[in-house]
Design a binder for this molecule. Sequence first.
Ligand code: ARG
Ligand code: MN
Ligand code: MN
Ligand code: MN
Length: 312
Amino acid sequence: NFVGLVGVPFEKGQKKEGVALGPDAIRKAGLIDELKNLGLDVKDYGNIKYEPEAVAGVDNMSHLSEVSACTRELSQTLQNIMKEQRKVVTLGGDHSVGIGTIDGHVRAKGNVGVLWVDAHADLNTNKTSDSGNVHGMPVALLTSELSDYWPHLPGMDWQMPILSIRNVAYIGLRSVDKYERLVIEKFGITAFGMEDVERYGIHEVVHMALKKIDPHADKSLHVSFDIDSLDPLEAPSTGTPVRGGLSLREGIHLMEEVYRTNRLNAIDLVEVNPQIGDEKSVDLTTEAAVHILQAGLGYTRRGLKVPAGITD
Ligand code: ARG
Ligand code: MN
Ligand code: MN
Ligand code: MN
């Protein structure tokens, strides 16, 4: 039961200051002690450092050189942690960090299924994005089916879009741009929005999603959890909140069910911005993040078992 924790104080994938402080705010909310209470061996690899290279810019894609340098380093870090037989928890930073974590996971394990838990699809290219923010583009950068829709991206040559979009499922969507919707329909992407959570309940939705991306139950699973998937009443300190989201209970149940597969090897927890909202809002948000991560790493609301050797 080995876990590696890495922080990515990266905020260039969007335009609001503060999301780079997410990793330390989540640590400060007590994450490491809570994970140790679960009996896990937790190693904190600290925060990622990187040197942005000067590369030519690309139309409607902000800060590409920072994104490429940071995610390249992160992919390597993820592979190193997995080589040490640890599950990886990555604290963002904005959601562009998913480019690095999922690339690293795929290189380390090959056969990977991704649950992208988010209010947004993050499926834009530089041609379809209204914002030019890379945190709205990671899924399109990672997947092989979308690779034809990109121009050459200087600095990103290290990144191989080797993941098939068939191995990705969305949960929690409620703010999907027009072209993102078109792409979801064109490729038949597995996408469970809030209306599906209403109709089927979170338990069914998680299992339907897993069946789609991992029909033989043999993949290494990755949950990329954008805190804005949760309702802003429960997680207000985030840059692109959307009303009508998952309750924390639904988020916890989702993570508990994926944990039970025994194949959840990487979790990203992104878009916590401690500079948005008052102190109470920040505490709610970082505490929600800790609960989500605990649930994904074996915490159970029934109470933990007494460790072997202590009974009788
Ligand atoms: N779809 C919008 C965009 O492309 C919002 C993306 C929000 N992404 C996020 N990771 N919070 O800019
Ligand atoms: Mn996102
Ligand atoms: Mn989002
Ligand atoms: Mn309590």
